[in-house]
Structures are given as structure tokens and as C-alpha cells.
Design a protein around this ligand. Structure first.
Ligand SMILES: Nc1nc2c(ncn2[C@@H]2O[C@H](COP(=O)(O)OP(=O)(O)OP(=O)(O)O)[C@@H](O)[C@H]2O)c(=O)[nH]1
Ligand SMILES: O=P(O)(O)OC[C@H]1O[C@H](OP(=O)(O)OP(=O)(O)O)[C@H](O)[C@@H]1O
Ligand SMILES: O=c1cc[nH]c(=O)[nH]1
Length: 445
């Protein structure tokens, strides 16, 4: 494969929509299926697929079939988790799959297999769906349906005797031998992995509404924001797209570039300030009424990465009167080497929240170096908000993996980097265009 093809394949991988995966666990007859159905029916205009862990039961051997009443269907070993993991890997990469069509009477899968197409949302449900850490790693949201055990037993008896035609004594025998111990030993312990625990199962409309709202928000976000909860992209509008169209255009004059870059920077700075802590305050308005408001965080400072980061200082000063701004100069050596050349930072920086300024996040090497300087001065990682105009996925992966507690605020996430580590589509050499020092146009490789 030539380098151009390799680059475009990489770019295609980057733009591939990663599904939002939800795991729904809970004891037998807790109402998992009903919760999933309610979520699906509320996510009307999304491509949603439900995959039940029950489809992945190992088929019973002839010997096991003879003693089916003694078989433990409530143990993690009863499931072919390796097969489920490989199915999830395929779906994650946008490829359709066939999953077993498990027959509960025959205790094995039957033809035809069920075809599952790539989807925006994948819901995995099952008693032990949160048990294997590798499966949990696929999930963006983990739910545990927590219903009263007496209610669950009553539902189970009704379901197995009325709907599945089973003998009540066998149902009770299976419950005390396997179902209850399986719940105590393996299912209940997975509750601690859940992001959301739904008490009263499907009767809890409020919890289900909140879950659906969260999923809708996540679906509207860039895939990287689904992966990294510390990445924030400012809400796109036609106005913002229009400004990006101007600054990204190679033909835009220096004057216009500076004008529109400044407008975008101002928006990013305002958004970034919104991530600082506030304290509540009530004031009296001229009408004599009480207004319940907030007071801005006072202990903050800016730090710009020279030279492009300095273009963001004016916007920060315009928003925060008299703010202290430190500087860091980093020299790039080859593709990954970064050396600190100079730093001048407020002496009490360790007790401040820091807005780190750099309009372009490319490989992330400069950012990692600058952040390590801040940490070495005693700034807590969670006190840093890194502000960008554009960010490449590679840089976001690098910074977020190394520093998961800082926040990154950006106005757009680009597609990829080219072999020279320029952001694609990007806006070229930001510093040269802003300060008028160059005329080089970067060609996509
Ligand atoms: N008797 C019997 N039980 C089985 C078999 N296969 C699975 N089970 C039981 O099915 C249960 C798993 O399904 P449940 O969690 O009850 O399924 P569900 O219908 O999705 O439950 P909710 O949606 O939460 O109401 C386990 O407790 C197993 O004991 C089988 O072939 N025979
Ligand atoms: O994520 P990275 O791959 O490290 O690249 C990003 C760095 O590149 C740009 O600076 P540049 O080196 O062009 O210097 P300048 O600001 O002086 O123009 C940008 O302002 C970042 O500091
Ligand atoms: O595309 C890029 C990459 C690094 N720095 C820039 O200014 N632009």
C-alpha cells in the first residue's frame, strides 16, 4: 500500500462512527428486557441493536442434556464469552456479524443465525454481562437493574411455569441450587461496576428517561468525547463553521485570518472559563429582588505555549481583567523529542487553576511537555484546562491517556495528522499565518 493510500485508510478509520455500547445486568427476572425495550423505544431515530447474553450460552453436550435440571445456567462458565468478545470487536469496527440463535428448549443454537448490522447504539443485556472485564471495556455505560428478590422469584416462577411450561418443583429446585447462589456469588458483585443502578427496574420511568437523555447527548458528540469524558468540543453552529471555513482557507489574507481566529479563540476561552469552579452567591438587584448567582473562581492564571499560544492571551485578558499569564517555550526535536527552552510562570502557580493556551494540538508532544512543566511546579492535574482551536485525534489520545484528569476544550476535532505531523484538514502553520511570518501551504500527503 503506498503512503497516500495508507494515510487515507487511517483517516477513514478515524472518521468511522464508534457505536455507543450499553451493558444492562441484573438478577433473573429483574426486568432487564423491559428496561432495554423502553430505552430502544425512546431512541426512535437511532440505529439500535439489542444483543442478549443468552444467545451465547454454550450448547449442552449429550451428557449434560440428560441431566439438564442439574445444569448450572447461572455460572460465568455457562457462556461462550470469547465468542461474544469477538462479535463486539467486529461491531466496534463497523462490520456486521452473525450471532447464535439459541434455542432454550434444545439448549443449543439453531439455524439460521441472527444477522446483526453495525449500529449507533448496542445494548448488551444479561445476568452476567458486567462480569468479564474485557466485556466491560467495550461499554460506554453500565446499568444494573436492581429489583427486589421476592418480586424476582415470583416473576421467575410465573414465567417458567406459565410461559415455559416447567414443573414448579424443578423451578424451585433450580432456583435454590443455582439461580440464587449465582446471583449472590457472581451477579450482585458486578453492581459495583455499574454507572447507573435502577431501583425497581422497569417501573422506574425517571431513571430510564435520564439514561435516554444521556445516550442522546453522547450520540450527538464526537466519538472522542464518548471515549474521554475530559474532552469538550464547543457546540457547533453555522457561525462557528463559517469562521472555521475562513481560517482554514489557504487563500484567506493575514488580516482576515487574525480577525476570525481571534473571534474563535474568544469563544474557546469563554467556554474554558466555564469549566472552572464557581461558588454560589445571592445579590440584590436594583428592583430589590434577590438573584441567586455565582462568583467566578479567583485563583487562576494563563500559561501560553510560545509562540502560537500567545495569540490567545488577549482573549483571556479581555475576559479576566488583570489575569497573570506565564509562558513556556518548547523546542521540537524530530517527531517526538521536545525540549523545554524557557519558562516564566507565576511563583504561586501551584495554588491556581491554569488555562493552558495553544491553538493547535497535533501529535500532543508539545502539550505533554508543557503539562509536565506545570505538574513539576506543583499544579494539580485536575486544575489544568487546556484550550485549543483545533485538535487532532492523535494529540487527544496522547494527552488524555497520560493526563486523564485535566480538561481539554477545543472548537473542532480534525481528522488526522499527515506524515509531517500537520493537522489534516487543519489550518496550516498557525504561528506563521497569525504573526505573518510565512507563506507555506501544507499539502495533504
Ligand atoms: N431451566 C432453564 N433455565 C435457563 C436455561 N437457560 C437459561 N436459564 C435461566 O435464565 C436465566 C437468565 O435469564 P433472565 O435474567 O431471567 O432473563 P430475562 O428474561 O432477560 O430477565 P429480565 O429481562 O431481567 O426479566 C438464568 O437465571 C438461567 O437460570 C435453560 O435452558 N433452562
Ligand atoms: O502537538 P504537537 O505535534 O507538539 O504540535 C503542536 C505545536 O505545534 C505548533 O507550534 P509550532 O511548533 O508550529 O511553533 P509556533 O507556535 O512557534 O509556530 C502549535 O502551536 C503547538 O505548540
Ligand atoms: O498543523 C499544524 C501542526 C502543528 N502546528 C501548526 O501550527 N499546525
Amino acid at each position: 500500500m503506498d503512503s497516500q493510500m495508507a494515510a487515507s485508510t487511517d483517516a477513514a478509520q478515524m472518521v468511522l462512527k464508534v457505536p455507543f455500547v450499553i451493558g444492562v445486568a441484573g438478577g433473573t427476572a429483574s426486568g432487564k428486557t423491559t428496561v432495554c425495550d423502553m430505552i430502544i423505544s425512546q431512541l426512535q431515530n437511532q440505529r439500535v441493536v439489542l444483543i442478549s447474553q443468552e444467545a451465547f450460552y454454550h450448547p449442552l453436550t449429550a451428557e449434560q442434556l440428560e441431566k439438564v435440571h442439574e445444569h448450572n445456567f447461572d455460572h460465568p462458565d455457562a457462556f461462550n464469552t470469547e465468542l461474544l468478545l469477538s462479535c463486539m470487536e467486529e461491531l466496534k469496527h463497523g462490520r456486521g456479524i452473525n450471532i447464535p440463535n439459541y434455542d432454550f428448549k434444545l439448549h443449543r443454537s439453531v439455524e439460521p443465525a441472527r444477522v446483526v448490522n453495525p449500529s449507533d447504539v448496542i445494548i448488551l443485556d444479561g445476568i452476567l454481562i458486567l462480569h468479564d472485564p474485557r466485556l466491560r471495556d467495550f461499554m460506554n455505560m453500565k446499568i444494573f437493574v436492581d429489583s427486589d428478590s421476592d418480586v424476582r422469584l415470583a416473576r421467575r416462577i410465573r414465567r417458567d411455569t406459565v410461559e415455559r411450561n416447567r414443573n414448579i418443583l424443578n423451578v424451585l429446585d433450580q432456583y435454590s441450587k443455582h439461580v440464587k447462589p449465582g446471583f449472590e456469588d457472581f451477579i450482585r458483585p458486578t453492581k459495583k461496576y455499574a454507572d447507573v443502578i435502577i431501583p425497581r427496574g422497569a417501573d422506574n420511568d425517571v431513571a430510564i428517561d435520564l439514561i435516554v437523555q444521556h445516550i442522546r447527548t453522547k450520540l450527538g458528540q464526537h466519538d472522542l468525547c464518548k471515549i474521554y469524558s475530559n474532552v469538550f468540543v464547543i457546540q457547533s453552529t453555522f457561525q462557528i463553521r463559517g469562521m472555521h471555513t475562513l481560517v482554514r482557507n489557504a487563500k484567506t489574507t493575514k488580516h482576515d485570518f487574525v480577525f476570525y481566529a481571534d473571534r474563535l479563540i474568544r469563544l474557546v476561552v469563554e467556554h474554558g472559563l466555564g469549566h472552572l469552579p464557581f461558588t454560589e452567591k445571592q445579590i440584590i438587584t436594583p428592583t430589590g429582588s434577590v438573584y441567586s448567582g455565582v462568583v467566578f473562581c479567583k485563583r487562576l492564571c494563563g500559561v501560553s505555549i510560545i509562540r502560537s499560544g500567545e495569540s490567545m492571551e488577549n482573549a483571556l485578558r479581555a475576559c479576566c481583567k488583570g489575569i497573570k499569564i506565564g509562558k513556556i517555550l518548547i523546542h521540537g526535536e524530530g517527531k517526538s523529542g521536545r525540549q523545554l527552552i524557557y519558562e516564566k510562570l507565576p511563583s504561586d502557580i501551584a495554588s491556581r487553576h491554569v488555562l493552558l493556551l495553544d491553538p493547535v494540538l497535533a501529535s500532543g508532544n508539545s502539550a505533554v511537555k508543557a503539562i509536565s512543566v506545570l505538574l513539576s511546579k506543583g499544579v494539580p492535574e485536575s486544575n489544568i484546562v487546556f484550550l485549543n482551536l483545533i485538535s487532532a485525534p492523535e494529540g487527544l489520545h496522547t494527552v488524555c491517556n497520560k493526563y486523564p484528569r485535566l480538561k481539554i476544550v477545543t472548537s473542532e476535532i480534525d481528522t488526522t495528522l499527515n506524515k509531517d505531523l500537520h493537522v489534516i484538514p487543519g489550518m496550516g502553520e498557525f504561528g506563521d499565518r497569525y504573526f505573518g511570518t510565512g507563506s507555506r501551504v501544507i499539502t495533504p500527503s
